[in-house]
Write a protein that binds this ligand. Sequence first.
Ligand SMILES: Cc1cc2nc3c(=O)[nH]c(=O)nc-3n(C[C@H](O)[C@H](O)[C@H](O)COP(=O)(O)OP(=O)(O)OC[C@H]3O[C@@H](n4cnc5c(N)ncnc54)[C@H](O)[C@@H]3O)c2cc1C
Length: 383
Amino acid sequence: MTAAYDLAIVGAGPAGTAAALGALHADPGLRVALLDRDDFPRDKACGDGVAPHVLDRLAEVGVTGLLDDRVPVARLRLDRGGRGAERTMARPSYVVPRAILDARLVEAAQAAGAQVLRHRVRDLAIGDGVVLDGAISAPVVVGSDGARSVVRRRLGWAPGTTALALRGYAPVTPGREGAQVIVFGTARQPSYAWSFDRGDGYANVGYGEVLGDGHVPSKTELIGHLESLLPGATRDGGDWRGHHLPLSGLRWRPPAGRVLLVGDAAGLVNPMTGEGIYYAVATGIAAGRAAARALADGRPESAGRRYARDARAHLFPHLRHTAAAGRLSRSAPMLDAGLRASAADQRVFDDLVELGLARGRITPAVVRGLLTSLLEERRPCAS
Ligand SMILES: Cc1cc2nc3c(=O)[nH]c(=O)nc-3n(C[C@H](O)[C@H](O)[C@H](O)COP(=O)(O)OP(=O)(O)OC[C@H]3O[C@@H](n4cnc5c(N)ncnc54)[C@H](O)[C@@H]3O)c2cc1C
């Protein structure tokens, strides 16, 4: 006997809950199963930085006021080797422990009508429908099971470039209150350490770097890099947790068919910043809507094609620009030029933040700022 649903969603993080919300907003009558191997609240390795754009997307599916009790963080400091920029962001961000954020999203999905089930999915049988572990069946399935996705593996998808990052919680170091502080590495490239003030006396602190030369840093090494880039950040720190980040690239194209991939399962972390919650929510909603439309038309097998079309239209121009920016930021002189240009011009700063968080592009202001900064650096000093 299998339990039958219209839509089964594997993983109840931001991507999975957004998929449930997208589907149920389009058709509140759908029977949606939202499966996760964990009970909520549960912790998740993350910098906990939530871009305001996440709230914009959630409002489109009827979720409002989710973070009204949190302290917004408006200041962003970017630094490399003691030089950088500190400015107020055009729109403040939030720093929300994932134990809180994800539990609230699960509650919102449940309130919309999703049935939340604790179940670790191990196997998918894909035919005229999809059967999960011989126990749960649905004509459409969304894989939102994160960086090590079982669903992605079953579809034969390989992850592209990955980063590794570790985070902990520690009392906010004096001088870093009320801000998101990012310090780029001077030795390894690209890499950065962060301290994000949660607004309750503690900061989410961490360090991450792109993997590629075969070396996978240990927990001790990651904490060591964090402390050397942000002295004092690890003092009295705890709850250390690390995870891989599957970075997006130029060739992103989700699979067609009745099994859809969203969020980290689809390899959608910004290669410049490591931000992934926005993409998880945006693609989750797009997948949920596409599934609802395909089911309403009686053509569940068309869900993947519809989702791919919508998601690529929404994201592809941005992904091209973040792929280019991610590559450029591997060059230390280019990174320094970006920081100098951000210090010199609020517009460049704002455009780079937008590129790093949600839907931005490499704008003419950014190109002008980078070129001016590079030329000024090369100009010989007047004697
Ligand atoms: C150290 C670190 C710092 C980061 N900092 C930030 C940041 O500050 N801001 C930001 O936007 N992004 C950040 N990211 C990226 C962000 O965490 C992810 O992009 C985001 O969590 C993706 O959401 P998701 O729903 O796709 O996957 P996840 O949040 O990973 O959720 C996947 C869910 O699937 C469940 N699951 C997994 N396997 C199964 C299975 N087989 N069966 C059932 N359930 C399963 C898991 O329990 C989990 O609940 C960071 C990542 C790391 C590692």
